[in-house]
Design a protein around this ligand. Structure first.
Ligand SMILES: [Zn+2]
Length: 388
């Protein structure tokens, strides 16, 4: 498990989204429970507590979430136990499902609606919204606005919301990956934009799968957002940005699934387990992920994500590396270097291949595994020579 970070921009966007959506919902819900019977008093107090800690629930660091959990555990431990309906309402108020199903085309439309402020008899004027959208798009990307405009012109008829969303969605997606300014300016905060910002290329739990987001005409894909503390049990942390770990599908659903981390376990926003454990290869036994120092988090992580079993699939890399070392011992490399065509460093790079630096582990799959094995088989000094 590799440590990941959140940028200041992300925190600002997420807090804004949380305040504009979740806080409004919670306020409405609190109002409802205030008017209710005396039995809802505790629920009303619970909602007040959530609102009091709104900033921490939105962007609080893991230690702040733990503090809130302590208070809730002490005073409201059974708040959801007897009342499934209340739990469902809280889940809905935090609105993770809405957040995670966001569509960038729809987001743009909402943005244009807000900007255009044109609303007659409770209905928005699609053409005026569209005009507003052109203006905004033109500010960012003329080519894109033209493309949408041409499509609209060819429609010859009614423009309804569905058509509009399709056109915007279809046209936009072709350009969105490299148009950071467009994303920042127009689309509302959602998991795609979060991941375009984050720029993590592989899963921080396993470092085996790519999780790069893609939003295109023909399809879309993004990393799962794993709730480190499960949303089914702690719905009030379902929208906490430090509880959302971008991860691959197999780590989030298949491996972690119903297994849980506890509030004592540290999250990938706090530690790199990779720093205190390393992969080891033994020719006659399985790949092992061994502790370099005593750290209780390692066992839990290994167990939840089946790390050793999964890395056993990459055993051939280790065997191949060992074979290369036996064929090219230090003495042989020195002899070859003396011939004057290549330096020792170049020769090692040819033989071992590209090895990333520690800082770039999440850029490519298996980087941590490769670094550990090169260190084990060739030694630290040669690892330093080949890393980039
Ligand atoms: Zn993974």
């Amino acid at each position: 498990m590799q440590k990941i970070t959140i940028s200041r921009d992300e925190l600002i966007c997420h807090k804004k989204y949380f305040y504009e959506n979740v806080v409004d919902n919670l306020n409405q819900m609190k109002e409802k429970y205030k008017k209710g019977a005396t039995t809802s008093r505790k629920q009303w107090k619970f909602l007040s507590l959530c609102l009091y800690y709104k900033k921490q629930l939105a962007i609080g660091k893991p230690y702040q979430l733990r503090k809130i959990q302590k208070i809730i555990g002490k005073n409201y431990a059974d708040i959801f136990e007897k009342d499934e309906k209340f739990k469902e309402e809280v889940e809905k108020a935090f609105g993770y499902d809405n957040f995670s199903s966001a569509d960038i085309g729809c987001n743009l439309l909402e943005y244009a609606k807000k900007k255009s402020k044109v609303c007659r008899n409770g209905r928005y004027d699609d053409k005026k919204i569209l005009k507003e959208l052109y203006t905004e798009l033109e500010k960012c990307n003329v080519e894109l606005a033209d493309e949408i405009q041409t499509k609209i012109k060819n429609l010859n008829g009614d423009i309804n919301k569905k058509v509009l969303v399709n056109i915007i969605g279809e046209t936009l997606v072709v350009h969105i990956v490299d148009k950071d300014i467009l994303i920042d300016k127009l689309a509302e905060w959602n998991p795609y934009i979060m991941q375009f910002h984050r720029k993590i290329r592989t899963c921080p739990y396993c470092n085996r799968q790519y999780i790069t987001p893609m939003y295109s005409r023909t399809g879309r894909a993004r990393a799962d957002l794993d709730h480190f503390y499960p949303k089914s049990k702690y719905p009030y942390f379902s929208m906490s940005i430090y509880n959302l770990i971008p991860s691959c599908k197999s780590c989030n659903s298949s491996l972690k699934g119903m297994k849980e981390f506890s509030f004592e376990d540290r999250t990938p926003y706090e530690i790199s387990i990779d720093d205190s454990a390393e992969f080891k290869f033994f020719p006659h036994s399985k790949i092992q992920f061994c502790k370099k120092e005593e750290d209780k988090d390692i066992d839990k992580y290994k167990e939840i994500f089946n790390i050793e079993e999964l890395y056993e699939f990459h055993r051939s890399y280790a065997k191949d590396l060992l074979r290369k070392r036996l064929k090219y011992p230090t003495k042989r490399i020195k002899e070859l270097a003396k011939m004057g065509f290549f330096s020792e460093q170049e020769l090692y790079k040819f033989i071992i291949g590209k090895i990333s630096t520690k800082e770039k582990i999440l850029e490519e799959p298996l980087n941590k595994f490769k670094r550990d094995l090169v260190r084990e088989i060739f030694g630290e000094e040669i690892l330093k020579m080949v890393e980039e």
